[in-house]
Design a protein around this ligand. Structure first.
Ligand code: SF4
Ligand code: SF4
Length: 173
């Protein structure tokens, strides 16, 4: 549901994701990971070449990193950190070089095929509204917590403690 909510709320182009969910199936020596269409339609059954002993889902999005390669490599200052700790892209400044997309170790950025600028999770910052993914998450592993550097306005995603598994496993969810 969070993937769909983000797509709808932020008008994310087809086949691109500001947030997505990965499924992990693991055994002592093997791991299988998938994220069909970013989990937009949930997860179906899957055959793995080994017998999994554990399975879990991990919601992914920009981590709004403190040490940000994506900001450091931007040649025009279009990728920047706000005073309250979010990492954003100034679309008007972005020249579409793609350096930041390549530099993100988490695959959190993409080139928007409509705007030809870098795109990613903004934590719904620019619309001055609460982020949509925690609101959409029915089992509530996604939660909002105050940022350590926050002035109060900004919030960032924090998992519950201990982390709850994402349960968006049903195609109908
Ligand atoms: S785009 Fe990647 S490197 Fe930049 S803040 Fe987000 S997760 Fe970190
Ligand atoms: S794509 Fe845009 S935001 Fe990313 S490094 Fe290039 S100019 Fe900066």
């Amino acid at each position: 549901m969070c993937v769909r909510a983000c797509k709808r709320e932020n008008d994310v182009p087809d086949d691109f994701y500001r947030t997505w969910v990965e499924r992990y199936l693991v055994s002592l020596h093997d791991v299988y990971v998938d994220s069909p269409h970013g989990a937009l339609d949930g997860f179906g059954p899957v055959q793995t070449p080994f017998e999994p002993t554990k399975g879990f889902f991990v919601p992914k999005l920009c981590n709004h990193c403190k040490e940000t390669p994506c900001v450091q490599v931007c040649p025009v200052g279009a990728s920047y950190r706000t005073k309250d700790g979010l990492v954003l892209v100034d679309e008007k400044r972005c020249i579409g070089c793609g350096y930041c997309v390549q530099s993100c170790p988490y695959g959190s950025r993409f080139m928007n095929p409509r705007t030809h600028t870098a795109d990613k999770c903004t934590w719904c910052y620019t619309a001055s509204r609460a982020a949509c993914c925690p609101r959409a998450c029915r089992p509530a592993p996604r939660r909002r917590g105050a940022s350590a550097t926050s002035s109060g306005r900004t919030t960032r995603c924090a998992r519950s403690s201990p982390p709850s598994p994402c349960a968006c496993s049903s195609p109908s969810s």
